[in-house]
Design a protein around this ligand. Sequence first.
Ligand code: SF4
Ligand code: SF4
Length: 344
Amino acid sequence: MRRCLLSTEPDMRIATVLKGCDVKAIYEMAKRNQVNLDNIIIIGLNCGGTIRPETARIIVREKLGLDPDDVVKEEIDKGKFIVVTKDGEHASVSIDELEEGGRKTSSEKKASAAGRTAAAARSRSRARQTSPAATGALLGEKAGNATFVEVCSEKGANLLDGALKAGAVATEPANPKGIEIRGKVENAMLKLGDRWRERYFGALGEGTERLNKIREQTSRCIKCYSCIENCPICYCIDCSTKKDYLVEPGVIPPPFMFHLIRFAHISDSCVNCGQCEELCPPVEISNSVFLHAIQTDLERLFGFHPGEDMTPPPVLALVEETAREDVLRRREVTRSSTSSDDPG
Ligand code: SF4
Ligand code: SF4
């Protein structure tokens, strides 16, 4: 979406439905002038997490005893993974039960049949934190036939007003019991997110231990750039990881500097979307765990919550790019002159 809006249609106006982490990514992109928020209408989608399609098929077969090809609908709601078959059969399994037994925090392997993606399990992103209007499943007799809509800002109120006036939607007050249950479900999901953060970050360790673990895993990197190309926060056209004086070209695995550059550029604003990990399939490096762990440390230190609104600017944006590059170039010049003086 960023590439489309920026490079081909900078003035295009769009309305889009986004999960909590995607909304955060849009705000971080807007701070970097990659999208114009005035041209985007965001409708947040309450999201209990995502499950990889191949994982979902394993769960359906092994945990629910159904043929995955018979499933016509699936969702995560009220802490459960729920499917409906073409014959109208409903089946569900609790997310807690799925993940408790199977997830591997060592990140040596992906979470096989364990449930949601690792990033989704650690998530505390909720659409209502950031979106003008957030939607979600409705409880009770209207379930499946209507949608819960939460207006979260003036922009959201105007959006709903406009839709009502145009006759595009009809509304009625939400059932108080439904609101209460939604609150409880949300709290339970937030607690689950905290629990997985503790486990993932705990397994990563601190200081030198963490550094060594990251070095060990990234030594499998094949420099395919998938993590960079698919990160919503990575936006530089002139990417530093492609500069010869920073990362020696033609070396696989790339020098650790390749990963350090990424950490330094975006760890303050990582929105834990998990793309850099999900799309690192050949070697399964836990990129999002590393970035998310650093981001939460920076959040604790500086109080900067990425993607929640347009202020303040990202912590690391307070260093001028041109000033930083001048320093690096001077260092490179010094290094070359030192090595040419070296008789050995
Ligand atoms: S996606 Fe994985 S293998 Fe590819 S560059 Fe990133 S870390 Fe390396
Ligand atoms: S670093 Fe990874 S998890 Fe964080 S925003 Fe980028 S792609 Fe998403």
